[in-house]
Write a protein that binds this ligand. Structure first.
Ligand SMILES: [Fe+2]
Ligand SMILES: [Fe+2]
Length: 179
């Protein structure tokens, strides 16, 4: 399970890298392909919010329940997952408007995109540098067996980074392969 989480983080980081490049282009007044941004957000809403965060939530809840962990950590984690979800939905709605040719100030897009990327990146960093190492150290093989049993979604296939790429993600997958 930890491997899945780490792997998701690597994938999400790749998506954030693409978004950062888009932000830079926008700042330089270049045109960008919003459909690619839409695909990234769709992936994050459908995969990260539905599988990645719930898997983390399950592991974190277990960790918080059976180990002595400061309250602040529990609060921060659940707050961040909630906030990320909200910000993702907001950004999705904005990009949707752009794709429908509504007039959306470039500055607003830039701002929302930047906030989104920074929030995701900081959250990833926090988990990778502090939470996951502490969990790896503290949970035993029995704990992991227990968690595996509790996890109900284990047959979900990743539609972007998995073996079968979904139709809506083909262009994005190609973009990722370009590095
Ligand atoms: Fe997370
Ligand atoms: Fe995460």
């Amino acid at each position: 399970m930890l491997e899945i989480i780490h792997n998701d983080h690597r994938n999400i980081n790749q998506l954030l890298r693409i978004l950062r490049k888009k932000i830079k282009l926008l700042e330089e007044d270049e045109k960008i392909d919003y459909r690619l941004i839409k695909a990234i957000i769709t992936y994050l809403r459908n995969y990260a919010d539905k599988y990645h965060h719930p898997m983390e939530d399950l592991i974190y809840a277990y960790y918080l329940k059976y180990r002595v962990v400061p309250d602040a950590i529990a609060i921060r984690l659940s707050k961040e997952h909630k906030l990320i979800k909200e910000v993702t939905i907001e950004l999705d709605e904005l990009v949707e408007m752009v794709l429908l040719d509504a007039i959306v100030p470039k500055q607003l897009c830039l701002e929302k995109l930047s906030v989104f990327v920074e929030l995701q990146a900081a959250h990833l960093m926090y988990e990778e540098s502090q939470i996951l190492p502490a969990i790896r150290e503290s949970l035993s093989a029995d704990d992991w067996a227990n968690l595996e049993q509790q996890w109900q979604h284990n047959h979900y296939e990743d539609p972007l980074f998995g073996d079968n790429i979904g139709e809506e993600y083909k262009a994005l997958a190609e973009r990722i392969n370009q590095g």
